[in-house]
Design a protein around this ligand. Sequence first.
Ligand code: FES
Length: 102
Amino acid sequence: MGRIIVGKASDISPGKMKKVTADGKEILVVNVDGIYCAIDDTCTHAGASLSEGTLDGSVLTCGWHGAKFDCKTGKLSSFPAKIKDLGLYKVVIESENIFLQV
Ligand code: FES
């Protein structure tokens, strides 16, 4: 398991997202009202990049077919079909920098 720097915490303001590639994975770092979360960027339905979706509080809606995931848990919260939850990654803030544990 490694630790990868994502950038400055101030670069991702509340309600914003940033897609990063870490350890060969595409990961979406999200600021939910000052709490940083990191989840898989690839939708488990048909592979859309969730960075192109919309964020409302901690609920991220996929831009392709509307699956909703909770950014804090990675869990699917709404979709007609049963699809997998998203992978969740540990985020550490140190000296104003955001690190991912991958
Ligand atoms: S690809 Fe995300 S809901 Fe279909």
